[in-house]
Design a protein around this ligand. Sequence first.
Ligand SMILES: C[S@@+](CC[C@H](N)C(=O)[O-])C[C@H]1O[C@@H](n2cnc3c(N)ncnc32)[C@H](O)[C@@H]1O
Length: 346
Amino acid sequence: MKSVDTVAAFLLFMIDHKDIFVCPACSGALNISINRYIIECPGCNISFKCEDGIPLMFYPGEFNPNTDVTETVKAFYEETPFPNYEELDSKWRLIEKSEKGTFARLLDRQIPYGAVVLEVGCGTGQLSNFLGIKGGRTVIGTDICVNSLKLGAEFRAKNTLNDVAFFQMNLFRPIFRPESFHIVICNGVLHHTGDPFLGFKSILKLVKKGGFIIIGLYNTYGRIPTAIRRFIFKISGDRFKFLDSRLRDKSLEYRKRHTWFMDQYKHPHESTHTIDEVLDWFAQSGVEYTNSIPKAKAFESFSQEEKLFKLNDKGTFFDHLLVQCGIVFKKNSEGGFFTMIGRRMF
Ligand SMILES: C[S@@+](CC[C@H](N)C(=O)[O-])C[C@H]1O[C@@H](n2cnc3c(N)ncnc32)[C@H](O)[C@@H]1O
């Protein structure tokens, strides 16, 4: 049986940070009842319950129902929470694993203490928990999938990460006031929505002016090897799994390999994007390009000590072509992934 404190932790967190939370339906202020474990919007008379301590603040998006894939994607992740933890994952093991990845390590070193950080589509919350481990920053992880959030919240409670909190939220219907965050991270999420640019604009509003947005997406070129493997798996009844390096890595637990297989090869919806497309999103929305993984300029390599938030040359169309072809041949490209970082100017 969970203690009342654990169940109410995120409601108490909301009370402590009352200024940043709003109703996802009408953007009005909220009332929080600790005794009844309920969040109410006096403006539109909607109430939001909690499940295992997670405030369930999902509100459906409002774009074209023919292209809205939110419910399908939600059902997929409820079944297969991603990226999932391994049996033995502890605070120290999470630090060790996260520090092996350049991106997480650099984020942890370069996001200043005192910063308020939002991870949108945090899945099982590894990055949010990692960024909150040392304390001193406020890190909020949100996702539509309650089963994923529960795993993140369990890890958080087990390791007493008091500066981290998890909420259910549809990124098209944010539960936060505009300009509440110094940094918004959205890794591997927008390409699983029906309208990635609309999603980008929705979460950009949450970034303070002068703050940063970090977007990770499948790359149109980089994703080609995965598409070929997906086709081979499909026509062979999922044989030849050894063609994917993660699926042949026996040092990973079976559950981790299965989660990867499902996410990469059985996903109900994904789109792919290019560096030029995201630069265009940035230009249309008042965001200045600062950096990317891989770097946008051909023949420049992303250093182990890269300054993530420092202004870099955004390269030319030809640079981007070369860089993106490079993702195809990169070892451990995370399924043809690229990450773009920009600064909100206005
Ligand atoms: C591939 S996982 C990425 C998880 C995590 N960011 C990571 O990098 O490991 C995609 C996540 O996006 C979430 N997601 C998809 N559509 C969403 C939406 N409309 N609002 C919020 N989260 C969403 C899914 O539930 C899922 O957890």
